[in-house]
Each structure stands twice: as C-alpha cells, then as structure tokens.
Design a protein around this ligand. Structure first.
Ligand SMILES: Cc1cc2nc3c(=O)[nH]c(=O)nc-3n(C[C@H](O)[C@H](O)[C@H](O)COP(=O)(O)OP(=O)(O)OC[C@H]3O[C@@H](n4cnc5c(N)ncnc54)[C@H](O)[C@@H]3O)c2cc1C
Length: 493
C-alpha cells in the first residue's frame, strides 16, 4: 500500500511510471456540474471517466433542494401563466446577486436559460406545471415552480416579476431526484464512474494538464486525460483553513454541504497557476420560516426591522447574519402563526409568548422600547394605509400584529426546535461561491488571464455568476449550465 501526501502541488508526467487509466475527458467530482460535463463530453463523442471521492455520485447537489434558476419563458412558466424574457431574468439576477455579479457569465446564463431548460428536460429532468405561490425555502410539495424574491421589493420594480425557481417533483429536498436523472443519463451516455477515488494532484506535461493522481483506500491511482481534466469538486465550506483565509464570515456557522466541500479542486487548480475569484462570496441561510416572516416582522438584537420580510429568505439571512446586530428574532401574532400550516413551520415554535411587549423585550434581551417602537410604526401604517412604506413588504402580507405576540429565536435553528440551546448554535449555515477563475467554456485562467491548457472547472469549484449575494437555484443553475459548456469544450480540445 502506498501512502499519499495531502499536498495539492502538481506532479510532472515524467516522474510517473505510466498511467493506470487513460481517457479523453476526466471529470473530477460527480455532482451536478460533473454529471452535466460528463454528459456533454460523452455526447460529443469523447471517452469519459468520472472520478468521485465518495462511494456514490451526487455530491451536495443530491442533498439539495434541487431548485434550478431558469427563465426566459420556459414551458413551466407559461403553463403557470407567466411570460418571461432573458432580459428580465438578467435584470433581476444582476440586482439580486450583485453588486459585482459577473455580467459576462450572467448574460450567457440568462440568454441560454431556455435552451438549458429544454436540455435538462430532454435529459430526464421533470418540472411539474404548478406554482407554489408563497415565500419559502423549498415547497413541501411536488410543485415545479416557485418564487425566489422576484415579486418582492425592490426587484418587482427592477424587472417584470416572474417565478424562476424550477424544481423536480419531490417534496422538500428534490436534489436526489435531479441527480438520479443526471447520473442515469451520464452513465447511459458512456461515462465510466470510479467511486471511492479522491483526486489529490494534477499531472503536468510541459505546462499542460494531462491527468491526475488519486487515492483509493490509501492506494495511489493515476489517470491520463488526452483532451482535458474538468474540476467539478464543489466549494470549500468544509475546509476551516480556506474558510478562515477567504470567507471568515462563515466560521462558526453550520455548513450547507455534503461534508466533502474541502476545496481540494480549487487548491489543485491554484497549484498549477489557476487564479481565484470571488472567494469571499457566500450563501447564508438563517433558521427563518418564510411563511411566518412574511406574516410577521423580523428584527435585530435592538428590536429594529431591516428588510421587507416577504423577500427571498436567503436575502433576509444575509442581511441579518452579516450586517445586523444579532440575534435575529421572528415576531408574529397568534393569527399569523396559526395561518401557517404546522408542517410549513419546519418544527419551529415560539421561544417566548407575551401580551406585553415590554415583557417580550425583557425576555429576548431587546433594549426597552426597541421592539415597541418597531411594532408601533409597523402597526400604524398597516392600520391606516395597509402598506409598509419603510421596507415595502407587499400589501398582501401587511396587517397589524395584535394580541399575544411570539418571539422566535433564530439561533435555535430548525434542529433547535428539537432542543439545541442557543449557546451551541448560531442558527445560520452557508456554503461558498468563489473558486477558480474560468471563461464561459470553463477554461481555468491564470493570473494573466491566459487559459491553462487542458484544465477546466465548473460548479462551486469555480467562480460563477455571483457577485456579493446569492439566490436559491443559481448554484445548481450555473453549475449545470457551465458544467455542460466545460464538458463540451474539453471534448473538443
Ligand atoms: C441542503 C442543501 C440544499 C441546497 N439547495 C440548493 C438549491 O435548491 N438550489 C441550488 O442551486 N443550490 C442548492 N444548494 C447548493 C448546491 O447544492 C451546491 O452548491 C451545488 O450542488 C454544488 O454543485 P457542484 O457540482 O459544484 O458540487 P457537488 O454537487 O457537491 O459535487 C462535487 C463532487 O465532487 C466530489 N469531490 C470533491 N472533491 C473531490 C476530489 N478531490 N476527488 C474526487 N471527487 C471529489 C464530492 O464528493 C462531490 O460528489 C444546496 C445545498 C445543500 C447542502
């Protein structure tokens, strides 16, 4: 048995005594981006091997909600009564993912979205023509379409609102079904999948990436790629050192991942000169119940509102966790609480309930008068105008909050409803969005902006369309979209 160093430094092909396996295109990591790269490469006539560190394919994509951000007038949108254009999709994403969204990638992504929808459907992915018409993280239904903030302030004035969250027909976490279909298509197309095989270093031959060295149960396995290596290994939220260096705002929070987002692909790419981009951009999810937040208010540790509570909950989370004094509280009255079906409350129950706002302030630690002032203002405009002129929550959700009020501590988390005390949890979790700098075709660029021959990347191993923020569906969305392009380009090389 050979022991393998954990270094990401490349190995020279001359130093190897031949290769154990040889193929045209080598895909490293068989999650969403990897499966799409493999399908395109195989359909372009290339021989494809996918090397996967886990015992089966899927990655974080298989554990995800399976939401894919698609638009431009998809048949699912049309069946639900919505017209949409690539320009509206672009305008929304530019605002929601910005500032500093990658406009070149974003333009290509939006212009190609309708085609990507049809490609996914043609490759086995199903979207039911029904809409979940309420703010949510993910519907506990088989609805194929959902809103991701497009109909909330300020986006409803930036672009014509249309729901663009497309998802396979499975209650809650539909990523499993998505990956089942993509993996089946990739293997039918001829992809040879090598599981339990973790790539550790790239192999270089005269400046060109020609393969990888991998570890399988402690043994060293070598692969040669005649046309290209595609890194689709996911992000780096599971690597504390990389997190501390690049995205420390996620330190101490939970991890939205399959546990294998160790940044190994990013490190391997950087070790051969790949430039890094947007490494500080993260997704953040706080334990908010969107049905409750829309009907109530969300306040910071001072009792102050800071956003329209009917928007995409990830934006509330990002603003709350990273830009407000914490903890963050959901405040709701009995009528609003009861209106949300128990199953949609995701196990969260009131932390404190009181008729008296001052008593609620004392219980939550909000300074005296802080919550009272927010409630007075909110209720006055709700009573008199039925609107929310300060934060522009849609009128549909605005009514005065009366009677016994509940304060729900978001630090308790969804698991917290099962008894995790706040001191052990922040209630927030996230994943990383930055990675290797790539062209539209997934070629990895060096610090001079020149492509590194033979090396491609997609999904969270690369920097995608995101600027400083995230909207659900855009990770699997850009990973599958640019994964396809990387697979095609590698097959052509
Ligand atoms: C609970 C949850 C819900 C989510 N919901 C959504 C959602 O609804 N919509 C959305 O857009 N995003 C969602 N996300 C985020 C999204 O799933 C991921 O960001 C995205 O799927 C990443 O895709 P990927 O192909 O880049 O990586 P992955 O799907 O994670 O695939 C990477 C693969 O590479 C393998 N690998 C890693 N390193 C190596 C190595 N060195 N050698 C060999 N193999 C390696 C891993 O084992 C893994 O199988 C969610 C994530 C989670 C965890």
């Amino acid at each position: 048995m050979t022991t393998v160093s954990r270094s990401s430094k490349p190995v020279d092909a001359d130093a190897l005594d031949g290769f154990d396996h040889e193929t045209d295109v080598l895909v490293i990591g068989f999650g969403g981006a990897g499966a799409c790269a493999a399908i395109e490469a195989a359909e372009a006539g290339a021989q494809v091997i996918a090397v996967e560190g886990a015992s089966g394919p899927g990655g974080s994509t298989a554990q995800s909600g399976g939401e894919i951000y698609l638009g431009g007038g998809t048949p699912t949108q049309k069946a639900c009564g919505f017209d949409d254009t690539a320009d509206d999709m672009f305008a929304f994403l530019q605002a929601a993912l910005g500032p500093h969204a990658d406009e070149t990638k974003l333009r290509a992504y939006c212009d190609g979205s309708l085609d990507h929808y049809h490609w996914l459907v043609d490759h086995g992915v199903e979207f039911r023509p029904t809409l979940w018409d309420s703010p949510t993280w993910m519907p506990l239904t088989e609805d194929g379409l959902m809103w991701l903030g497009e109909n909330s302030h300020p986006f409803d004035e930036i672009a014509t609102p249309a729901p663009r969250g497309h998802r396979p027909p499975m209650a809650a976490f539909a990523g499993m079904l998505l990956m089942e279909r993509l993996v089946a298509t990739a293997t039918e197309a001829g992809t040879d999948v090598h599981t339990d095989t973790t790539a550790t270093r790239l192999v270089l031959d005269g400046g060109r990436v020609v393969g990888v060295i991998a570890r399988r149960f402690g043994d060293l396995v070598t692969y040669r790629a005649r046309r290209g290596v595609v890194l689709t290994t996911g992000g780096f939220v599971d690597d504390e050192q990389m997190l501390a260096e690049h995205a420390p705002q996620l330190l101490g929070h939970g991890k939205v991942s399959d546990g294998r987002d160790d940044g190994s692909g990013i490190r391997m790419g950087a070790a051969v000169g790949g430039a890094l981009r947007r490494m500080g951009t993260v997704q953040t999810a706080l334990s908010l119940v969107p049905g409750l937040t829309a009907r109530g208010i969300v306040v910071n540790a001072l009792g102050q509102r800071f956003i329209n509570e009917d928007t995409y909950p990830g934006l509330i989370s990002e603003a709350g966790v990273h830009h407000q004094p914490n903890p963050i509280w959901m405040i709701i009255d009995e009528a609003g609480y009861e209106e949300v079906p128990e199953i949609d409350r995701m196990g969260m129950v009131p932390t404190f309930v009181d008729d008296d706002v001052a008593a609620l302030e004392a219980a939550t630690g909000i300074p005296p008068g802080g919550l009272a002032a927010s409630l007075d203002t909110y209720n006055r405009f709700a009573d008199e105008l039925g609107t929310d002129p300060h934060f522009h929550k849609a009128d549909r959700w605005v009514r005065p909050l009366r009677g016994p009020l509940a304060a729900i501590d978001t630090r308790l988390g969804f698991a917290g409803a099962e008894g995790v005390p706040p001191s052990e949890s922040t209630g927030a979790s996230g994943f990383t969005l930055g990675g290797l700098r790539t062209t539209l075709d997934g070629e990895v660029l060096d610090v001079d902006g020149e492509a590194i021959p033979g090396l491609y990347a997609a999904g969270r191993a690369s920097a995608g369309i995101h600027g400083e923020r995230y909207i659900s569906g855009t990770s699997i969305g850009d990973g599958t979209f640019f994964g396809r392009r990387a697979g095609r380009a590698a097959a052509r090389a």
